[in-house]
Design a protein. Structure first.
Length: 78
């Protein structure tokens, strides 16, 4: 009687491992989760600490552009 229980258990283990292999390979193609804004906040804080020198800093200029893009709607094309 033990052999009858072992066969379904082996089949279940085989099916289960067959399902997890594609999931493991799929997960490597998933993109990174979206940024929650903390990286941008840190960049903007750094720019605020620079004061007037921030206007010449390329990193600050890109941070401000990204902040504007997140806040302001994209204008409709005519």
């Amino acid at each position: 009687m033990r052999q009858c229980g072992a066969i379904p258990t082996l089949l279940f283990a085989g099916v289960l491992s067959g399902c997890t292999i594609p999931l493991a390979s799929w997960s490597s193609h998933v993109t990174a989760p979206p940024d929650d804004g903390s990286a941008l906040d840190a960049r903007l804080t750094r720019c605020a600490a620079l004061g007037a020198n921030a206007s010449d800093d390329p990193s600050c200029q890109s941070a401000w552009a990204e902040a504007r893009h997140r806040i302001l709607p994209v204008p409709a094309e005519k």
